[in-house]
Design a protein around this ligand. Sequence first.
Ligand SMILES: NC(=O)c1ccc[n+]([C@@H]2O[C@H](COP(=O)([O-])OP(=O)(O)OC[C@H]3O[C@@H](n4cnc5c(N)ncnc54)[C@H](OP(=O)(O)O)[C@@H]3O)[C@@H](O)[C@H]2O)c1
Length: 227
Amino acid sequence: MPTVMITGANRGIGLEFVRQYAAGGWKVLATCRNPFGLGDLARVEGDIEIHGLDVTDPYSITRLAKDLEGVAIDILLNSAGIFGPKGYTFDDVDYHEWMKVFETNVFSPLKICTAFLPNVLKSEQKKMITVSSIMGSIGRNTGGGNYIYKSSKAALNQVMKCLTNDLTDQHIAICVVHPGWVQTDMGGESADITAEVSVAGMLRVVEDLTFESTGRFYNYDGSELPW
Ligand SMILES: NC(=O)c1ccc[n+]([C@@H]2O[C@H](COP(=O)([O-])OP(=O)(O)OC[C@H]3O[C@@H](n4cnc5c(N)ncnc54)[C@H](OP(=O)(O)O)[C@@H]3O)[C@@H](O)[C@H]2O)c1
């Protein structure tokens, strides 16, 4: 069976990715920053290996890349992300927190894709997927506020578009996906959809992704979103 590696796999959307890929018979490399004292992730059944990975820690990335040297990864799935501060105004932005959000949401996905590129190249499917957000769409932006999170996802989208272009010769299919507004710790209880519905949709998007449809921004329902 093919192999998927998932970041931020201990809760929220990442955990649901683990559940659904494992249920589909995939080998799952589930990564999270605290692999000890796991709750829900430890209870998921299937062919699952749990690995420690703090996506903002270069040493942690290098160590896992070394541990997984030679292992083929069909789908590299960046789900880990943070929202950062809420409820501030444009004249009261915390620039230190802004940098932390960029480290997690923008720098880390590129570092992960770079570190595990040899693993993806060894695989059959050769796909790199990153969970973005409609809040990063400039084309869809009709309101102010949330400068930190919105700009991080807009930058992430640009980074993944550049990576798509850079990896064209290596035939890697790349996309960013908006998961919908999802009931997780980040999305809150009143969000539109469950993680189950969101991830079921994104699994179809990932499955349908080909080298011909690479480098796009998709909604979880398969429709294309404006950058
Ligand atoms: N929920 C929504 O409505 C929504 C909408 C649009 C986009 N998204 C995006 O979807 C993705 C998943 O969000 P979610 O709703 O599942 O959020 P969540 O419930 O808050 O979970 C976030 C996950 O990211 C992990 N994480 C954060 N920083 C990390 C780091 N430095 N190293 C490793 N893991 C780290 C967390 O691990 P810890 O438990 O260790 O903190 C947790 O597993 C994010 O990229 C988010 O921006 C979510």
